[in-house]
Design a protein around this ligand. Sequence first.
Ligand code: PDD
Length: 280
Amino acid sequence: MSIIFLNGAFLAAEEARISPFDRGFTFGEGVYEVCIVVKGKLIDAPAHLARLERSLKACDMAPPPEMANLPTLMAELLQKNAIHNGSVYVQVTPGVTPRNFTAQPQGRSTLMMVANTGHFETSPAFTAGVHVQLQPDIRWLHRDIKTTMLMPQVMAKRNALANGLADTLFYDADGLTEGASSNVFMVDTQGSLITRPLSNLLLAGCTRERVLTLAQNAGLTLQERPIRPEELPQAAELFVTSATYLIAPVLSVDGIKINNAVIGPKTRQLQKLYLNYIAA
Ligand code: PDD
């Protein structure tokens, strides 16, 4: 039986109760983080918690009373579930009010944390790569907030699955924005590593940031600019990053093979550097 953390207490998932008037349920107000754990160590937890704080602030949501204590509670949750490799999901909502758009919660913000087992470095996405499709980015314009309002992403991923694909990459008028739950990188024929600059139009991925640092330290040439869909057929390499993908090679987009659907050398190099980083 899995143990979760809800509003100050560790309890069996089956016994956990959230009010039907929680604004996370009635208005879809919520923010979240997914942080992985490798050999008992949380990866980039400070970056995830800093982003959680930014998301809360952007939504004008009160932090939960446990905010300062989250790293300890995350570790305790993993320990109670005997998980050494996996992830911790953290969700915060404003808490309970009558169903009134502008009502201010009187009580605490809801905090829920769930731990899951997982071995992301041996996943098929990481080791063998993914085939994806493109779709227009129909989401709102605050994609820098990591909100639980994920209906567009759920629809895009279900649509990819129905088409026999692993995922969807979104694009707008300027180029690719991001994957449905990842950031996108391209290697061009000159060997430059290209990814879209941060703005309100995409999430500031913690893995994206880590990969940029690793690439910079390895002396790779970096360019932060949008990747245009028309460039993809000529791309030398393409990959997506996220806490759970780590670095997943993209082998084809809308049926167009990237590097003849073979994982490229820069992608492999960065995967190796990333594995070294999480093992260190
Ligand atoms: N999603 N962009 C979007 C829209 C995301 O949902 C995610 C992560 C990322 C990558 O961020 P990071 O590197 O910090 O994980 C980019 C998580 C994994 C999820 O929703 O499960």
